[in-house]
Design a protein around this ligand. Structure first.
Ligand code: ADP
Length: 202
């Protein structure tokens, strides 16, 4: 099993890279943002509640995030994959702790946390551009996008220290082309796989 977290600020390219990695390594892709947006599209009252946080650039509270994720996991069979790629989850320390507990029960811990480093002005530009075609209501307004960056710095970035303490945190340059970043991610993953198989990797 290959369990990976893709880490980085909004707009750092996690979603794009996760889709490519999913295909290459036969992984299940879990994006809490995508799961929330599909709940919103179903026009449920739960969706309304999720939207009220997302449209303000706030995180969905942990309890609600766990509830939605648990129901998603109940409907999707994790056993059939070679592993899981997490994208946009965990985003807070309690989420990371809950994920560690969940994976420890399955004896399949996170192997590596790959963090995409990108300059903040660059990602704000990318997101606002994406908003013009994606129709995502949280991407259209620069003030909301800046707020999401602030939330990332305050609530999510502390996870870098959390996973560094577990010796799993790896930073890489997220500013190259899609293919360059993908190659770099694959190199790190291949190295992680080789190490876990006991190979002597320099
Ligand atoms: P981006 O990485 O561009 O912000 P996402 O789709 O990952 O896009 O997230 C969009 C929004 O969904 C976030 O701003 C937040 O409101 C909500 N969200 C996604 N994942 C989580 C999570 N794990 N915990 C809390 N809120 C989340």
């Amino acid at each position: 099993m290959l369990n990976i977290i893709l880490f980085g600020p909004p707009g750092s390219g996690k979603g794009t890279q996760a889709l490519k990695l999913k295909l290459k390594y036969a992984l299940i892709h879990i994006s809490t943002g995508d799961i929330f947006r599909s709940e919103i599209n179903s026009q449920s009252s739960l969706g309304e509640e999720l939207k009220s946080y997302m449209d303000h650039g706030q995180l969905v509270p942990d309890e609600l995030t766990f509830r939605v994720l648990k129901s998603y996991l109940g409907e999707n069979d994790l056993e059939k994959s070679q592993g899981i790629i997490f994208d946009g989850f965990p985003r807070t320390i309690p989420q990371a702790e809950a994920l560690d507990t969940f994976l420890a029960e399955r004896k399949e811990p996170i192997q590596v946390v790959l963090s995409l480093l990108v300059n903040e002005d660059e990602v704000v530009k990318r997101i606002v551009l994406r908003g013009k075609s994606s129709g995502r209501s949280d991407d259209n307004d620069e003030t909301i996008v800046r707020k999401r960056m602030q939330v990332y710095r305050d609530q999510t970035f502390p996870l870098a220290a959390y996973y560094t303490a577990q010796n799993k945190y790896v930073e890489l340059n997220g500013e190259g082309s899609i293919e360059e970043v993908f190659t770099s991610l694959c190199n790190h993953i291949n190295r992680t796989v080789a190490l876990s198989e006991g190979a002597d990797v320099i």
